[in-house]
Write a protein that binds this ligand. Structure first.
Ligand code: TTJ
Length: 638
C-alpha cells in the first residue's frame, strides 16, 4: 500500500492543481494544448541532447492516439531522491517543475509555457508509462492521471541507456479533440532538428494498424544553415548567393548562431529562438542581430561606394528578401510578454550585436562578389522605398486636391460607427448592383471591383501606389498602406469580401487576402476582415424554398421537401449576380441571418509560407501544396 507522507500529499496537491486549471500550464486544452504535451516531453529529451548525452530521439504515434517518445540519453536517474525519499525518476514525473533540479548545468528549455516539466503531461494523461534504461537494467513505472500505486521497479536486464515514455492524453481534459495532427508535429520536430545540428529525430504515424507507415528521419548536420535552405525550397524562393552565410560565437555561458541568405522576394523572414524556443515577438537577440546587420551593410556600402556619403540604407531595405535564423542558447532565459514570445535578457543584445557586426563585416569584405549582389539588392529596395514615398505624397496630394474623393465605385453608407459600419468588396458590376439594392445603406457600403487585380506578392510598395485597382480599396478603407497604415483611420468595422463561389471568386478572394496580408496586416490581426458566405444552392418546392451552404445541407433540404414524395427543384448558384437583391440580402447580407467567416492568423510563419507558395511565381511548391492539401477542400468548383 502506498505511504501517504508529506511528499505524496504535496505530489497529489501539485498535480491536482494542474488538472483543475490545465490552461495555466499548457496554454489551452484545445488542439494547441494537446500538441504541447508532445513538445513538453520531447523538450526533455532535447535538453538531454543539449547536455551532450542524447543523439537520437524517436517519436511514434500509436493506435488509440498514444504517443511514444524515446531517447538514448543517460536515462533519468532512478536512485532514491535525497530529500523526497522516492526514486528521482518518479519525482521528475510527479513533482511540478522537478526536472530542472537534477540536470546539472547545461541549457534547459525555458520556464513559463515551456519546460513546465513532465509532471504536467503525466497529470493530464489518462495513463503514462515510464521506462528507464540505466545501462544495466530496465526500470518501469505506470501512472494514471499522475498517480501511481507501484514504485518504479526493475522489469529486466538491459545494457541500453535512455528513457522511453508512452502516454495517452486524458479525454476528460482534452474534450475538444485528442487526435494529433501529423503535419503539426512534423513541423515542430523538423524545427528542433534544424536547431540542434546533428541530432536525429525519427517520427512515424502508426495509428492505423491496417496502413503501412514510413519512418521519417530528421537530421540536419548543417543545422540552421539547412533551416534557411529549407525555407527557400519550400517557398520556391531563389537564393541570391550560392551559400548561406553563417555566424557563430560564445561569450561566457551564452552561445549564438545566425544563418542568413537573401532571395528574390520582397518579404522578410526572420525567426529567432532562445534555447530552441521560438520567440515570435523577437527580443534582445533579434534586435541585436538587426541593428548589427544594418550597420555592417551600410558601412560596407559607404566603404565600397555603393552609397554616397550622405546616403544610407534603412533596415527594411537591407532585410527585403532576407531569410534569417537567430538562435541563442543561454543558461537562464527571461521570456517576456503576454505569450512569453519575447526574449528579455538585456546582456544578449550587445553580445549578438558585436558578434554579428564583426563577422558579417568580415564576410562582406572577404566575399566581394556576394557583397556586391547584396548591395545592389539593397540599393534597389532603397530606391523603391523612396519612389513609394513620392507616390504616397502624390497620392495624398491627389486625394487632398479631390478633397478625399472616394472612388467612383464606392456606394458609401451613412453610418460610420465602426461597431456597425461594413464595407462589402464585391466582384463585378452585376453582383455590385444586387448588393447595392439589397443592402441596408445605413451601415452597409459597397465597393465594386472590376477584373483581376494586381498580385502584390511580387510587387514592392511603389507599384501598389497608383495601381488603379488597389487604390480605390485603400481610399475607401481610409487607413493608407505600408508604414503609413493607420488603423485609427479605418472607416468600416467589418471589411467583407463577397466573391462568387467559383474559381474566379476564389482567385479574387486570394488576391485581396494577399494584399491585406502584405500591406494592411493589422486589418487581419485585429479581426476586421471577413468572408461572406453566399448560398451554393436553392432547394425549392412550390412555395417552400431553402438555401443550402453545402452539399450536405442541400441533401438535407431535398429530403425534407420531398418527404411526402414528389420532386423539388435544386438551383446551383454559380455567381452572386444570379441572386436578386432581396435574396442576396436575406441569405448573405442580413446580420441576423447571414453566416460569415472571420479571417484570422494563428501561426504567422505558416501564413507567410502559404501566401508565398500560393502567390509566388514558382509552380512546383504550389503544386506540392495543392496535392498535399487537396483532401481538405470541399465545394471545389472545377
Ligand atoms: C522525453 O524524451 C524521451 C523519453 O522521456 C522523456 C524524458 O524525460 N527524457 C529524459 C529525461 N531523458 N533524460 C532525462 C533526464 C536525464 C537526467 C540526467 C536528469 C533529468 C532530470 C532528466
Amino acid at each position: 500500500m502506498q505511504k501517504y507522507d508529506e511528499t505524496q500529499i504535496q505530489v497529489l496537491e501539485g498535480l491536482e492543481a494542474v488538472r483543475k486549471r490545465p490552461g495555466m500550464y499548457i496554454g489551452s486544452t484545445g488542439p494547441k494544448g494537446l500538441h504541447h504535451l508532445v513538445y513538453e516531453i520531447v523538450d526533455n529529451a532535447i535538453d538531454e541532447a543539449l547536455a551532450g548525452y542524447c543523439t537520437d530521439i524517436g517519436v511514434r504515434l500509436l493506435p488509440g492516439e498514444i504517443v511514444e517518445v524515446s531517447d538514448n540519453g543517460r536515462g533519468i536517474p532512478v536512485g532514491i531522491h535525497p530529500t523526497e525519499g522516492i526514486s528521482a525518476a518518479t519525482v521528475v514525473y510527479t513533482v511540478l517543475h522537478a526536472g530542472g533540479k537534477f540536470g546539472g548545468g547545461g541549457y534547459k528549455h525555458a520556464g513559463g509555457l515551456h519546460g513546465v516539466g513532465s509532471s504536467v503531461v503525466n497529470a493530464l494523461s489518462e495513463y503514462l508509462e515510464l521506462t528507464v534504461f540505466d545501462g544495466e537494467h530496465e526500470w518501469y513505472q505506470k501512472f494514471e492521471r499522475g498517480n501511481y500505486s507501484e514504485p518504479i521497479k526493475i522489469v529486466g536486464d538491459s545494457s541500453k541507456r535512455g528513457t522511453t515514455v508512452r502516454f495517452k492524453a486524458d479525454p476528460e481534459i482534452f474534450k475538444e479533440s485528442d487526435v494529433y495532427d501529423y503535419e503539426t508535429l512534423l513541423l515542430r520536430l523538423r524545427e528542433e532538428a534544424f536547431l540542434n545540428a546533428g541530432l536525429t529525430i525519427t517520427y512515424s504515424d502508426e495509428r492505423d494498424p491496417n496502413e503501412d507507415f514510413e519512418i521519417v528521419k530528421l537530421k540536419y548536420d548543417g543545422g540552421i544553415r539547412q533551416f534557411v535552405e529549407h525555407i527557400h525550397t519550400v517557398r520556391g524562393l531563389t537564393p541570391l548567393c550560392e551559400n548561406v552565410i553563417y555566424v557563430s560565437g560564445v561569450e561566457g555561458d551564452s552561445s549564438c548562431e545566425v544563418a542568413l541568405m537573401w532571395n528574390d522576394s520582397y518579404n522578410e523572414v526572420v525567426m529567432s529562438f532562445a534555447n530552441n524556443v521560438y520567440t515570435p515577438d523577437g527580443g534582445t537577440h533579434e534586435v541585436g542581430f538587426k541593428n548589427a546587420l544594418t550597420r555592417a551593410v551600410n558601412d560596407y556600402g559607404k566603404k565600397f561606394n555603393f552609397l554616397k556619403a550622405d546616403e544610407k540604407y534603412a533596415g527594411e531595405d537591407i532585410r527585403e528578401g532576407l531569410t534569417a535564423i537567430v538562435s541563442v542558447k543561454l543558461s537562464d532565459c527571461e521570456f517576456e510578454g503576454q505569450t512569453k514570445g519575447r526574449l528579455g535578457n538585456p546582456e544578449v543584445k550587445p553580445f549578438v550585436d558585436k558578434l554579428v557586426f564583426e563577422k558579417i563585416g568580415i564576410f562582406l569584405e572577404e566575399h566581394p562578389e556576394e557583397a556586391a549582389r547584396i548591395s545592389e539588392k539593397c540599393i534597389a529596395a532603397k530606391s523603391a522605398r523612396e519612389a513609394a514615398k513620392k507616390a504616397r505624397e502624390a497620392a495624398r496630394k491627389k486625394s487632398q486636391m479631390e478633397s478625399m474623393s472616394l472612388p467612383g465605385k464606392l456606394a458609401d453608407c451613412t453610418e460610420h460607427d465602426l461597431d456597425y459600419s461594413e464595407l462589402y468588396i464585391v466582384e463585378g458590376d452585376s453582383a455590385g448592383g444586387s448588393a447595392k439594392q439589397g443592402r441596408d445603406r445605413k451601415f452597409q457600403a459597397i465597393l465594386s471591383l472590376w477584373g483581376k487585380m494586381l498580385n502584390v506578392e511580387k510587387a514592392r510598395l511603389d507599384r501598389v501606389y497608383g495601381n488603379e485597382k488597389l487604390m480605390p480599396i485603400v481610399a475607401a478603407l481610409g487607413t493608407s498602406i505600408g508604414e503609413d497604415f493607420d488603423l485609427a483611420k479605418l472607416r468600416y468595422g467589418k471589411v467583407i469580401i463577397m466573391a462568387d463561389a467559383d474559381v474566379d471568386g476564389s482567385h479574387i478572394r486570394t488576391l485581396l487576402l494577399t494584399f491585406f496580408f502584405r500591406f494592411m496586416r493589422p486589418l487581419i490581426d485585429e479581426g476586421h476582415i471577413w468572408l461572406a458566405q453566399p448560398p451554393l444552392f436553392k432547394v425549392s418546392r412550390g412555395k417552400k424554398q431553402r438555401y443550402a451552404f453545402s452539399d450536405e445541407e442541400r441533401d438535407m433540404y431535398i429530403a425534407e421537401l420531398t418527404a411526402e414524395g414528389g420532386k423539388c427543384d435544386v438551383q446551383r448558384y454559380k455567381g452572386l449576380g444570379e441572386m436578386d437583391p432581396d435574396q442576396l440580402w436575406e441569405t448573405t447580407m442580413d446580420p441576423e441571418r447571414r453566416t460569415m467567416v472571420k479571417v484570422g492568423i494563428d501561426d504567422a510563419f505558416k501564413a507567410d509560407e502559404t501566401i508565398t507558395i500560393l502567390m509566388g511565381d514558382k509552380v512546383a511548391p504550389r503544386r506540392d501544396f495543392i496535392v498535399k492539401n487537396a483532401k481538405y477542400v470541399s465545394n471545389l468548383d472545377i
